[in-house]
Design a protein around this ligand. Structure first.
Ligand code: C2E
Ligand code: CA
Ligand code: CA
Length: 635
């Protein structure tokens, strides 16, 4: 019964998983094995020469026998031939060499052992073509030569009379030897593939971030090294974008690290999708991602930054909580990688990213002057931390006076830094740096402590309230109300004597969180005041939602209200607006008597400014206050 073609294919297909694949030997290993096989042929050629001459065979026989392995070795060593052809030549030559051995031994059965020794050698190629060629040579040799010159192949009668039958008998034993060799080959292949996939996995782990699956810093550096090594691309411009999520720490703190991880694992692949093939986006760690854009000039880099920023500025549902994801992107561009290095690019992108974060503008391009300002800022921040410990901050108090009777209602506490070498520094020299980091929070608590301690000392006479400026970042602190209440208790100050001044911009960012903090403070009896009113971007709808009790008209409008018609109108309308909302209206920056009178005339409730009193250290303020009371008593 013969096997039909489809059935044969079926058998092969079911055998396939048990058979080696073939052609998987790495080139260096192939080269070593092939060289060994070639040497084996050369050794045979030499042995045939020596044995033939020693046994006095005719010279032509000696030469023709030796030429089989010799020519095989020569052809197999030709570098111009392909690996497959060279393997095939070597395999066929080995088998023909075995045939020569059998002939030299007059078909002695021991001579046939040579085939059994050579077939595992052919299997060293771990390739089907040479292997099947070798098997074919054995079959044809036994069948054809066995028929033409049976005495040279076999040494017994049965085989000499029936060469083809004995060719198959020999083939059976030979096939068993082949099976052993193939099993060995298959096991090698499996071990090699296991090793390769393990190596690939280890390499992947070493170059990727497990959370997002994105490349990691190591791969980014490798990528940059590749760019630098590329003679074409290392002359093109290159850009690095550094993306940092805004307020990611809050997500971790409030929702937990698991939610933070979910956020990162969504944001990462989202951004990676927007990066062109050939470029790379990696996670540097934490909530920081970096992209290297080869061939990108500043304009392209800005466009990609915009696209990334848009992509991730979305509302995401993280474990049932809706999060407004926002990020800041820093951009650094070099005319070519040869003009700098990847570390400089990353550092510049980092500086630009902080600029973008501070300005809340989404993205920023690195400018050289940011570098020095950053170094100064870092220096300043370090000094500020030390200054907090050394108690170098002092408060100056500026009076807030009721209209129209000029009664002293309270003070605004304004921070100064008694710097050990630079003298007394105003807040504009250090508050912005502190606001760009978390340092503003401990700083504010420090200011609150000094202010409340001072107010508790002023309570022997007429009670005075104190206003403290609160930076936007402080409102993101969920435990701020508790901390402030604990402080009020410590110093025995009534909550009604504390005012917190916030700016309109406080609310532009994360209004819900800020609103929750403000509401808690308001419910505890602390008043909230909107500072610099008119310069920010709060809307009427915000104002209505906020638990505020005071509006402070910015001094830029107050100082111009008599000379500039628009400013005059604005001040009047803010007074009306405040009153309609049930708020007290304060005018800041009152520098002369005329302005004071004009303010009283439009119904403004409170005035503050140099004309009434400058910000003063405690002792000066106490003297100023005592003088005033004395004057009032005389009047
Ligand atoms: P601000 O809250 O608007 O404070 C009022 C600023 O105007 C003070 O400047 C004050 O000295 C000044 N000023 C008061 N009256 C007049 C006037 O009649 N004419 C003029 N030209 N200026 C007047 P200062 O003390 O330099 O404070 C600047 C800013 O620094 C403050 O603006 C406030 O935003 C911030 N700041 C001060 N202390 C702190 C603090 O403890 N924490 C926070 N977060 N910010 C503070
Ligand atoms: Ca203020
Ligand atoms: Ca102000």
């Amino acid at each position: 019964m013969t096997l039909s073609a489809p059935a044969g294919r079926q058998v092969l297909r079911s055998l396939a998983p048990w058979l080696p694949h073939g052609s998987t030997l790495p080139a260096p290993q192939w080269a070593v094995r092939h060289r060994a096989v070639t040497w084996l042929l050369i050794v045979h050629a030499a042995a045939f020469l020596v044995a033939g001459l020693a046994t006095h065979l005719p010279l032509t026989t000696v030469v023709s026998d030796a030429s089989v392995p010799a020519l095989g070795a020569y052809a197999a060593s030709r570098g111009s031939l392909s690996r497959a052809v060279r393997s095939g030549i070597a395999a066929v030559s080995l088998m023909l060499t075995s045939a020569v051995v059998v002939h030299l031994m007059d078909g002695s059965i021991e001579g046939h052992f040579h085939f059994f020794v050579m077939i595992p050698v052919v299997a060293l190629y771990e390739d089907w073509a040479p292997f099947l060629l070798a098997v074919g040579v054995v079959l044809v040799h036994h069948g054809v030569i066995g028929t033409l010159a049976p005495n040279s192949v076999y040494d017994h009668r049965g085989a000499i009379d029936h060469p083809w039958r004995w060719a198959f008998v020999h083939a059976g034993f030979f096939a068993s030897a082949c099976v052993g060799a193939v099993i060995n080959w298959k096991l090698h292949e499996e071990a090699r593939s296991a090793e390769q996939s393990l190596t690939a996995r280890v390499r992947h782990q070493a170059h990727h971030d497990p959370l997002t699956g994105l490349p990691n810093r190591t791969q980014l550096l490798d990528h940059a090294a590749d760019l630098l090594a590329d003679p074409v691309r290392n002359k093109q411009p290159v850009a690095v974008l550094l993306v940092d999520l805004d307020r990611f720490k809050d997500v971790n703190d409030v929702l937990g690290h698991a939610s933070g991880d979910v956020l990162l694992s969504r944001v990462g692949p989202l951004m990676a999708g927007a990066i062109r093939g050939g470029d790379i986006l990696c996670r540097l760690g934490g909530d920081e991602f970096a992209a290297v854009l080869a061939g990108a000039d500043e304009e392209t880099a800005i466009n990609v930054a915009k696209r990334l920023h848009e992509l991730i500025s979305v509302t995401m549902d993280i474990d049932g909580v809706l999060l407004n994801v926002e990020a800041s992107v820093g951009i650094a561009v070099l005319p070519s990688l040869a003009d700098g290095d990847i570390d400089t690019l990353l550092r510049h992108a980092d500086i630009a990213m902080y600029t973008a974060k501070r300005a809340r503008c989404g993205f920023a391009v690195y400018q050289a002057d940011q570098d020095t300002s950053t170094r100064e800022r870092l220096n300043l921040l370090g000094e500020m931390r030390q200054a907090l410990l050394n108690d170098e901050f002092v408060l100056h108090y500026q009076p807030k006076v009721g209209l129209p009777d000029n009664r002293l209602l309270g003070v605004e506490a304004l921070a100064r830094w008694q710097h050990p070498t630079r003298g007394l520094l105003g807040p504009n020299e250090f508050i912005p740096a502190a606001e760009s980091t978390g340092l503003i929070v401990p700083f504010t608590l420090h200011v609150l402590r000094i202010a409340l301690q001072q107010v508790s000392q002023w309570q022997d006479g007429e009670p005075l309230s104190v206003a403290v400026n609160l930076s936007p970042r402080c409102l993101a602190e969920v435990d701020l109300p508790q901390k402030i209440l604990a402080m009020l208790k410590t110093y025995g100050v009534a909550p009604s004597l504390l005012e917190l001044e916030i700016t309109e911009n406080t609310l532009a960012h994360d209004p819900d969180r800020a609103l929750a903090t403000l509401t808690a403070l308001h419910n505890a009896g602390i008043s909230i005041s909107i500072d610099d009113f008119g310069t920010g971007y709060s809307s009427m709808s915000y104002l209505k939602r906020l638990p505020v009790s005071e509006l402070k008209v910015d001094r830029s409008f107050v100082s111009g209200m008599l000379s500039n018609l628009d400013d005059g109108i604005l001040v009047r309308s803010v007074v009306d607006l405040g009153h309609n909302l049930g708020l007290t209206v304060v005018a800041e920056g009152v520098e002369d008597q005329e302005t004071l009178e004009a303010l009283a005339a439009v119904g403004c409730d409170v005035a503050q400014g140099y004309h009434l009193g400058r910000p003063m250290p405690t002792e000066a303020f106490n003297v100023w206050r005592a003088d005033r009371s004395a004057e009032a008593a005389v009047a």
